[in-house]
Design a protein around this ligand. Structure first.
Ligand code: PLP
Length: 393
């Protein structure tokens, strides 16, 4: 019924119909407050318990180590502020220069409170080296936060090595796994991660639900105070339908991950080869293989100033992609700081296109996209050369 192509799954994903079905009972009919002692309350409580077990299983955690939040952003805030806020000045925190704003802006807030923050550089392949972390760690480093997969470029970090190194120095390790969860295996029982952030809407679950994995024994201060839900770490009446949807989405992602990853890698490589073969000035950003299965980030040499125009021209044809990061829509037209952190010059960092595939993406869509992209890029080249903006490639 829908001829539109949605290749912006890093921004958000459509709700899986199976998730919607699971949520339905708690949107229509089952309305109990999970803290209530009567049958309706117990029913809601039991549904949250089941969802907690499913979300825990996705990352190899125990259910009691999952704290539900209202977003990935809140999970990041709880992790960083929960460890560092109120500790007094002088603590050291290490993160990277290309984290999501949920981490970067929280780091800046902590700096204002007197926490010393080191922003690690990122290689031009989009990977943070263990050597740079090793040289930044100090005796008073309390927390390191490095994302599992980057939302703009799609590259995957060496989380196991980074977490082990952090632990050898006696600090805690947090990873923002919002983009990675459900797409790459995560296992906190094998990797010494203390805190890990998740968000349901990136894995075909509902918007407005997230979770923080908190390793048993790790002490966090709450950032929201009230009735003491979620072990006192996240007071507020739970979003029961949202949490149920998150649980179902996590369950589906875990059981289908193997086959889905292989399928998406195949589609991504088809896209990569097709673009490389038909658009001579295309260049790809970040390591080719150490990346999320359905994620490509690219630019067109000499046409970086046209990225927004390109996006809108594709949109006219019913194709949704993203320029840089949709999360930074408030900063449209500015270079992506995530890409400048990788050493890309500001012109290239302004002109990138992000193409992200997901569960509904098909080979037919990839082929239709490839047919549309080359002439659209070409049409902008023609306009640019006629208006005197010659290609610089
Ligand atoms: N972290 C990363 C890496 C993200 O990509 C996003 C959303 O784009 C978030 C955190 C924030 O998640 P939410 O939209 O649930 O607040």
């Amino acid at each position: 019924m829908d001829s539109r192509i949605y290749f912006d799954h890093a921004a958000t994903t459509p709700l899986d119909p199976r998730v919607r079905q699971a949520m339905d009972q708690f949107l229509n009919g089952s309305y109990g407050n999970p803290s209530s002692m009567h049958a309706a309350g117990r029913e809601a409580h039991a549904a949250i318990d089941e969802a907690r077990a499913d979300v825990a299983a996705l990352v190899g955690a125990h259910p009691g180590e999952i704290v539900f939040t209202a977003s990935g952003t809140e999970a990041d805030n709880l992790a960083l502020r929960g460890v560092l806020e109120g500790q007094g000045a002088g603590d050291h925190f290490i993160t990277t220069a290309f984290e999501h704003p949920a981490v970067i802006e929280t780091a800046k807030y902590l700096e204002r409170l007197g926490v010393e923050v080191t922003y690690l550089p990122v290689g031009d392949d989009g990977v943070v080296s263990t050597a740079s972390l090793a040289s930044a760690l100090r005796a008073h480093t309390r927390l390191v936060s490095i994302m599992t997969a980057n939302n703009v470029v799609g590259t995957i970090q060496q989380v196991h090595e980074l977490a082990e190194l952090t632990h050898r120095h006696g600090a805690l390790f947090h990873t923002d796994a919002v983009q990675a969860a459900g797409k790459v295996p995560l296992d906190v029982s094998r990797t010494p991660i203390d805190l890990l952030s998740l968000s349901a809407h990136k894995l075909h679950g509902p918007k407005g639900v997230g979770a923080l994995y908190v390793r048993s024994g790790v002490h966090l201060r709450p950032i929201i105070f009230g009735g003491g839900q979620e072990r006192g770490l996240r007071s507020a009446t739970e979003n029961v339908a949202g949490i149920v949807g998150f649980g179902r989405a996590a369950h589906i992602a875990r059981s289908e991950m193997g086959a889905e990853t292989a399928r998406l890698v195949g589609l991504r490589e088809r896209l990569y080869d097709g673009i490389a073969a038909t658009i001579p000035n295309a260049y790809f950003i970040g390591d080719r293989y150490r990346r999320l299965p359905g994620h490509l980030c690219l630019g067109f040499a000499g046409q970086e100033g046209e990225a927004v125009k390109l996006l809108l021209k594709l949109d006219e044809q019913g194709i949704a992609v993203s320029s840089g990061s949709a999360c930074s829509a408030n900063h449209a037209g500015e270079p992506s700081y995530a890409l400048t952190a990788m050493g890309l010059d500001p012109i290239r960092a302004r002109g990138s296109l992000r193409i992200t595939l997901g569960r509904g993406s098909t080979q037919k869509e990839v082929d239709r996209f490839l047919e549309a992209l080359a002439p659209t890029v070409q049409s902008l080249q023609t306009v640019a050369s006629h208006s005197g903006f010659a290609s610089r490639s």
